[in-house]
Design a protein around this ligand. Structure first.
Ligand SMILES: [Cu+2]
Length: 219
């Protein structure tokens, strides 16, 4: 029986961690959790000696999201976890459903424009890839019926330090992001090509920009 005790404890730890994450109005205290994203009951493991183990200690970079009316509707935090970056987003006040979620090329979120946040330019794309493979492409955000969204995702497509060095903004879009995935059976009436046209390959057809936040170094 003694040998089973740790196994029995593990689900309880996961449940407690989940409850803490859901019940917390502000940023969940990831740094205090002993359960990592795989549910392993260990300290957050950093295997790459070159990477700072900041996921356990706090975010490296962050962005405060403002909507078109300059109201604060959420924040996005960037943590190092070994060779990966953890992106954690909390939002309250967007339409339910999926929303395109990207890093854009310029760290400028201007509101006094006919096209909101055009100041942030196109997608962060240092490798000159098509949409779906931009370094700034992140999984779409899902907003619940009450307009809240929470997402934590592990990525290997950029580092927080890179974002701070290059200067970027986080962008939330009005519509879902197709990530450039348009099968060849679809033809663009304008471009007369099968599959994704140039606009899709640039933007993922995620529509208007509804919230923007410049990525800055965490205090
Ligand atoms: Cu975008």
């Amino acid at each position: 029986m003694t040998a089973q005790t740790p196994k029995l404890l593990l689900p309880a730890v996961i449940i407690l961690f989940t409850l803490a994450a859901c019940g917390e109005e502000n940023t969940p205290e990831m740094s205090n959790a002993n359960t990592d994203l795989n549910g392993n009951n260990d300290e957050v493991i950093v295997t790459n000696n070159n990477a700072k183990p900041t996921f356990a200690n706090g975010s490296v970079a962050e962005a405060t999201l403002l909507n078109e009316d300059e109201e604060e509707i959420g924040d996005v935090l960037f943590f190092n976890e070994g060779e990966y970056v953890i992106v954690e987003a909390h939002i309250d006040g967007i339409e339910p459903g999926f929303h395109g979620f990207h890093l854009h090329d310029e760290p400028v979120c201007e509101h006094d424009d006919d096209t909101p946040f055009s100041s942030a330019a196109g997608h962060y794309n240092p490798e000159d890839e098509d949409h779906g493979n931009h370094a700034g492409d992140m999984p779409p955000l899902y907003a619940n019926e009450d307009g809240t969204a929470y997402m934590a995702v592990q990525l290997d497509t950029f580092t927080p330090e890179q974002l701070l060095e290059d200067g970027v903004a986080v962008m939330v879009h009005e519509d879902p992001d197709n990530l450039g995935h348009i099968p060849d059976r679809y033809e663009s009436t304008e471009a007369q090509t099968s599959g994704p046209d140039d606009e899709t390959l640039d933007t993922g057809d995620a529509g208007a920009r509804i919230a923007c936040g410049v990525v800055t170094e965490s205090p």
